[in-house]
Design a protein around this ligand. Sequence first.
Ligand code: BGC
Ligand code: ZN
Length: 337
Amino acid sequence: MRTAGLDYESQALVERELPEPRPVSGEEVLLRVREVGVCGTDRELASFRLGFPPAGESFLVLGHEALARVVEAGPGVKALKPGDWVVPIVRRACRPACPSCARGRRDLCLTGKALERGIFGLHGYFAEYAVDAETDLVRVPEALLKSAVLIEPLSVVEKVVERALRIHEPGASTALVFGAGPIGLLAAMVFQLRGLRTAIFSLEPPDHPRARLAAAAGVEYLTALGSRKADIVIEATGAAEAALTGLRSLATLGVLGVLGSPDAQGEIPFRDMLVKNQAMFGSVNASPVAFTRALEDLPRMNAKVLDGMIRRVRFGDFAATIPAVAGETAKVVHVIE
Ligand code: BGC
Ligand code: ZN
């Protein structure tokens, strides 16, 4: 079958023919992958700054944001049947399972040895077929198919939003999201659904397609912060300084969730943080509850905006799309014909 991934010997992003993953046993299902979304993580992977191939191999199939259809179910599979649509969960528990992984919260893995499909040590879904355990798949209703490829990134957003809201005392009423990429747009829409007054702060001019999507979603769009403060700030830019700017944009009691600034460096205003009872946290991956919320929230979001967020391209376009993920449209999705 056709796959797209990384060759760690030649340090190149390439297409490669691999054997189809069969047969399926026990609680496994065979999937025909239909769509794969790409994100900043794939770009990082393709520049060999992140990730690694499966043990003993020098090739990693990319793709962690997928929509697939069940074509065959093993004898032990309970809830899925051929024809069902699914979105895979990205992370797999560490072994032996740490307390977090053991209680089903592999997103909170304590050892750092959890693997991730298409990222850390496991092949991803940029392929015609894949096999997964039933428990690693989330079933998607037909009505959500058009934007279902957004469920995985949305689950990452749901986790950070839920935690920020939980930490804020006595309850947040304003949110500021840094970044108008897919994560930023989805985060803003989730805050709106939770009833918060929400704005996006990003550098693209107001007539940029992504800024227009924010406006179409009814989210205030700012290209300058001024003295703006919010109860919750979510940093979703990938820019190093944004997390620190986020801290300075917190209201008293404010909570900052950091998603995208791994290399942020600078002075943290601890005095301000303590006298204003502020909090800051990082977040990665998603919990099972976050996936449930994603399934609930997706149909409540503006369908036109979700549509407008996606640009579908062909399988073979990956060499152009992955190194240049931040383009005009929010989310590039490869259709695996
Ligand atoms: C994925 C997450 C993953 C993270 C770190 C993101 O792009 O959506 O599921 O945990 O990258 O590898
Ligand atoms: Zn991603």
